[in-house]
Design a protein around this ligand. Sequence first.
Ligand code: PLP
Length: 376
Amino acid sequence: MSAPTTVISRSIPLSRPDITEDDIARSAEVLRTGMLVQGRVVEGFETAVSEFLGGVHVRAVANGTAALQLALLALGIGPGDEVVVPAFSFVATANVVELVHARPVFVDIDIATYNIDVARIESAITTRTKAIMPVHEFGLACDIEAVRAIAERHGLAVVEDAACALGALAGGRQAGTFGTLGCFSLHPRKAVTSGEGGLVVTSRAAYAEQIGLLRNHGIADRDGGKEYVLPGFNYRLTEFQAALVASQFTRLPRNLEYRRALATVYESCLDGTRLRKPTAPADRVHAWQTYHVLLDSTIDRRVLMQRLQDVGIQTSLGAQCIPAQQYYRCTYGFDAPREYPAAFRAWRHGLALPMSERLSKSDIQYVAENLNRIIS
Ligand SMILES: *Cc1c(COP(=O)(O)O)cnc(C)c1O
């Protein structure tokens, strides 16, 4: 027998959820009770998240996209309205605006942070604008205070797409708690997961009540009975999902700290000659949901990804230039490379590197060394 020509010494996935046997046992316990739909376990998880975020109202829902859609509906956003969104994000950020029959108005990003370029927001506001929906991309809070100031000046709501930013801080305060409403995702690629799941948070009780109605068929408790007060969705989280994510949630602070330590390893080991490493402004604490680098435009990303895969390293694209995607391109006739050059560049030359609690510092060194070697 001949020896294999290549030896894959490691297998390093892009990400893996941190689910322990104990988390599974907590979920299994709930399954055995037979009480599966939204109830006390969901409520307990909402309370834990509320405490972590500093006392906002929290409503758990079926997924992060549902959270965003319900936030827009709670604000009464619909046909004829416009919502300002960044041009670089996961497509759901813009899709939810379409789904409530409003129009997304894209603003280019700041390539240094991948977040909405706040200096370009005001020129995107019209008499039809109802809200600004910034994204805290890859777990880095955007300049949310500047967004809030603009919104206040123009009488607009702010919906934070904090889907990938649970635990991110801006000025010492939790991302997701600055806006009129904030939305998180509990997808397996995010900090904590229920498989599919999401959260809407708000400091305003009336919005929380509206979200509560919208996620559960518009059913309100009235005088010891039920009243069906609006045509709602079924966007509930299940009890066993809530048990799973609540169990992981107790480790969130420790996991965030560990991700910061891994990001530090990337920062010190990655050669920045042919790629740009991510950075955070001094007043932010990055949650490192994704470690995203921007490659020199002369690097063939497809070839690089294959060569990394050859040594067991999985990578992926970070997010999309949304106006360049088929639906938005065809519906609105965008010329994305010209209109949104930074978002287009981030989409074309960005690369998400492995990052998760299940990786060691030596795994990160291995990724950095191989990446350095391949592009040198
Ligand atoms: C993950 C994500 C979403 C969607 O969340 P789901 O739970 O998958 O529906 C929306 N926006 C951003 C920025 C995301 O990262």
